[in-house]
Write a protein that binds this ligand. Structure first.
Ligand code: GDD
Ligand code: MN
Length: 383
């Protein structure tokens, strides 16, 4: 989308929102109150929040004509919302902040001033210890671990690379926008890594506690963040999605074996029915692991196309199960084929070792095909 007004303004302020109905109004008022000395627009990027955040924004457009609302219907995610806001923004400078009141808008004019001399400006919670506000121990720890990983692995030397409050010049964003792979909460981290500019400064501010509502940063987001660091580092050699799929696959093996173990203990008591009970256990193990794998991939690996529980969810699960059955066939065929070959050429080697290696090759082959097939057919994401 390109808006027709070609008179560039100074600053585009980008507010990603998801369920911020109680916070968004005061946030916009506060921003407008402090942005009096420069031309600006406020862009709210809302992912069709169920609480109707966008309605509040629409209502405020009368009072603030420069207020822009982008309502996304098919996408979710903080980082991608921010990128979307930047793509539509008209300002020379972009400033991003959370809409829940944790980021004090009075810092905006300072960020703006700094952007005149620096490409990227990070509003940092770190330098001043009190800057954390009232904050859970878990969150503090998380922040520390994240900071450690980013400085040591990505070699980014900013005090608060996970901050959601920062400014960047349009030019700098345009330089890296094509390489961006915005996912989860890692937006600033990715910008810092891709941009590689040294022309960065930090401004300290006090990180407040949330006014209303609750954080969307959960266990999944945290796990995702760790994977994202690897993804940014290895990109494009490693697909983080594939890694996620693989990790879930391993968890599925545990689910499968546990269910089989329990079922075996329940069913197989006498020799006559042993064969039957064993098959039941195998089938139950398969059903449970396929379902848990599906649920985990749905909320993690393919979260951008997440199915809500209902008819579509079941249809997707069925397609996923079909892919899994096919995968099983692939795994067994590859296993047998490779084992046959290995036995021929490495006749002196221990059979168990050959058997294990061919089985692993089979698992690798089926995981790879399962990944692509379920992405394409179960979640209908084009490859
Ligand atoms: N459009 C959109 N879509 N916005 C979202 C989404 C989403 O899926 N998820 C969260 N947001 C918005 C929230 O509405 C809020 O305005 C802002 O993004 C931050 O979300 P919070 O859920 O409040 O995050 P937080 O306070 O736990 O996390 C903060 O600290 C992290 C590091 O500890 C944020 O500043 C993060 O950016 C930061 O990485
Ligand atoms: Mn928050």
């Amino acid at each position: 989308m390109v808006r027709m007004n070609s008179n560039r303004i100074e600053v585009s302020i980008i507010l990603p929102t998801y369920n911020e109905v109680e916070n968004i109004e005061s946030m916009i008022h506060e921003i407008e109150d402090v942005c009096t000395n420069f031309s600006h627009e406020v862009i709210v990027v809302d992912d069709n929040s169920p609480d109707g955040t966008y309605k509040k924004v629409e209502a405020l457009r009368e009072k603030y004509p420069s207020l822009v609302l982008i309502r996304r219907f098919h996408e979710r995610g903080l980082s991608s919302a921010v990128v979307r806001g930047m793509e539509d923004a008209e300002g020379k400078f972009f400033i991003v902040l959370d809409a829940d009141g944790q980021h004090d808008p009075s810092v905006i004019p300072k960020i703006y001033e700094s952007l005149k001399s620096f490409e990227i400006v990070v509003a940092s919670r770190q330098k001043n210890r009190k800057g954390y506000g009232k904050f859970s121990l878990f969150r503090k720890l998380l922040s520390k671990v994240g900071n450690f990983l980013t400085t040591k692995i990505l070699k980014i030397n900013v005090n608060d690379p996970m901050s959601g409050y920062f400014g960047i010049r349009r030019n700098e964003f345009e330089k890296i926008s094509e390489e961006m792979n915005p996912r989860g909460f890692k937006i600033l981290l990715e910008i810092l890594f891709r941009s590689r500019t040294k022309n960065i400064t930090e401004i300290n501010y006090e990180f407040k506690t949330r006014k209303f509502g609750k954080t969307k940063l959960n266990f999944i987001v945290v796990l995702d963040f760790m994977i994202s660091i690897l993804e940014i580092y290895f990109y494009p050699k490693l697909s983080a999605d594939f890694l996620r799929y693989g990790i879930i696959g391993v968890s599925g093996i545990f689910v499968n074996l546990t269910v089989q173990f329990i079922a075996n203990n329940i069913f197989s008591f006498n020799a006559k029915t042993a064969y039957f009970s064993l098959s039941i256990s195998v089938i139950l193990g398969f059903i449970f692991s396929v379902t848990s794998n599906f649920m985990l991939n749905n909320i993690w690996t393919f979260q951008q196309k997440k199915f809500k529980f209902g008819k579509d969810w079941f249809m997707a699960l069925s397609r996923f199960a079909l892919v899994a059955i096919l995968g099983l066939l692939i795994q067994i065929s590859v296993w047998m084929l490779v084992l046959g070959e290995l036995k021929l050429y490495l006749s002196g080697v221990n059979f168990q070792l050959l058997n294990l290696s061919s089985n692993l090759i089979g698992i690798l082959a089926s995981t790879t095909s399962n990944y692509f097939l379920s992405k394409r057919f179960a979640w209908r994401i084009s490859l």
